[in-house]
Design a binder for this molecule. Structure first.
Ligand code: FAD
Ligand code: NAP
Length: 335
């Protein structure tokens, strides 16, 4: 246990905040001992890679840094492999490991920062693939009951950047491991145009999962700010789902507004487009602002405070509501 511990290097916004207490969780056995600490029972935060959090102040409690390591095959046959991965493993290193073994399923999720344990939290997604597409089950520590529980896919209540762990089970569990089911004869998913465009430019007509991963990495590196250079937590807002009726209304005023179908009655509108059109892209206020290439990403250029970024987010939300009558929801978790 350490005290007054700097979290600056443990959050990708690079915010200079402190935890009252800090504990690095290396072994599941340590959980029973932690239960004797009052902050563990009442005032704790489980931290993975810190790539989806905004600290608006110091954390006045116990930060548990998940560093549980290990992965093992729990089942395999000619077609599939089920891989159980400890929550503290790095997500992108896991993706590279599956590609080395030619196990398909998570190649589109290349280069997402953070740890495996956080991947079910918001059902991470990119380029047409979500965690739930390969998810089998997870083990989580029930903090109240002090026991391990198994969650299958249905019990996780996955949605668009959502799960039970962001809703009714919020703050009640520590995810310990995640088991994925991957394909030994991978099916390629290049439905998102950008991947296909990169593959075409390289004249790759029957891509491997490594080709897809390389394309995703190339696109991401060209578009997204690297958090080790400019502090950020990726997309700050979720892409809103709106009714088709509202969309058709908006289209009268904004003929180029893009949309993607969700179901017969609903469409998804890219939040980045709304924010860009409203004039926020590239706006800088001192040491914080909206990224110049990606309007969905709020950035810390150096010594911004979490409060500054939270205020900017609130202003953007108000403006988008006023202009388009759309409520933007934050994707990033505030503390
Ligand atoms: P943290 O930021 O450490 O934690 C996030 C939340 O999960 C917190 O509420 C935390 O308390 C909770 N949590 C973490 N671990 C556990 C655990 N073991 N048990 C219980 N609760 C836990 N996200 C996407 O979905 N798709 C993307 O394409 C994507 N791209 C990104 C690109 C960049 C440049 C950045 C900076 C972020 C991006 N993100 C993306 C967001 C983020 O990387 C993911 O959501 C990632 O899964 C967060 O992992 P983490 O370990 O950093 O979580
Ligand atoms: P983009 O390609 O510029 O597209 C803008 C938005 O349109 C995306 O957010 C995406 O929604 C949606 N979209 C594009 N093509 C689509 C299709 N064929 N079908 C359905 N929806 C489509 O997006 P980008 O910002 O460069 O991001 C690329 C991918 O990486 C996206 O999937 C995005 O979610 C992911 N990403 C996520 C984060 C994060 O922090 N969450 C950060 C960076 C990138 P979806 O977001 O629903 O896919």
């Amino acid at each position: 246990m350490q005290h007054h511990f700097s979290l600056k290097s443990l959050n990708t916004f690079g915010l200079d905040v402190y935890a009252k207490h800090y504990f690095s969780l290396l072994d599941i056995q340590q959980l029973t001992d932690l239960n004797n600490i009052s902050d563990f029972r009442t005032n704790r935060l489980i931290l993975g890679g810190g790539s989806n959090v905004l600290f608006t102040k110091d954390f006045d409690g116990l930060v548990i840094h998940n560093e549980l390591k290990g992965k093992k095959i729990v089942f395999e046959d000619d077609n599939i492999v089920q891989l159980k991965v400890a929550a503290g493993e790095n997500w992108h290193e896991l993706v590279l490991f599956t590609i080395e073994n030619n196990w398909g399923g998570i190649e589109n999720l290349s280069l997402i920062p953070g740890k495996v344990g956080a991947s079910p939290m918001q059902n991470i997604g990119a380029y047409g693939v979500e965690l739930k597409d390969v998810f089998l089950e997870l083990e989580a520590w029930n903090i109240q009951k002090q026991q391990i529980e198994v969650f299958d896919k249905a019990k996780c209540e996955f949605g668009y950047r959502e799960s039970i762990f962001k809703n009714s089970a919020k703050d009640q569990y520590i995810i310990l491991s995640v088991t994925l089911e991957l394909q030994k004869h991978p099916k390629i998913n290049i439905a998102y145009g950008a991947i296909e465009a990169v593959l075409n430019s390289k004249k790759i007509s029957s891509p491997s999962i490594k080709d897809v991963s390389d394309a995703v990495i190339e696109i991401r590196q060209s578009k997204l700010p690297n958090p080790t250079v400019i502090g950020n937590a990726g997309s700050f807002f979720k892409n809103p789902y709106i009714s088709k009726t509202q969309y058709l209304q908006l289209q009268k005023e904004y003929p180029t507004i893009p949309s993607y179908p969700v179901d017969d009655l609903t469409v998804k509108v890219p939040a980045g487009w709304l924010i860009d059109q409203a004039g926020w892209k590239g706006k800088r206020f001192g040491d914080y602002g909206v990224h110049k290439n990606q309007a969905l990403v709020l950035v810390n250029y150096g010594s911004a405070k979490g409060q500054d970024i939270a205020h900017l987010a609130a202003k953007i939300q108000m403006d988008i509501l006023k202009k388009y009558q759309i409520e933007l929801q934050t994707e990033v978790n505030f503390y």
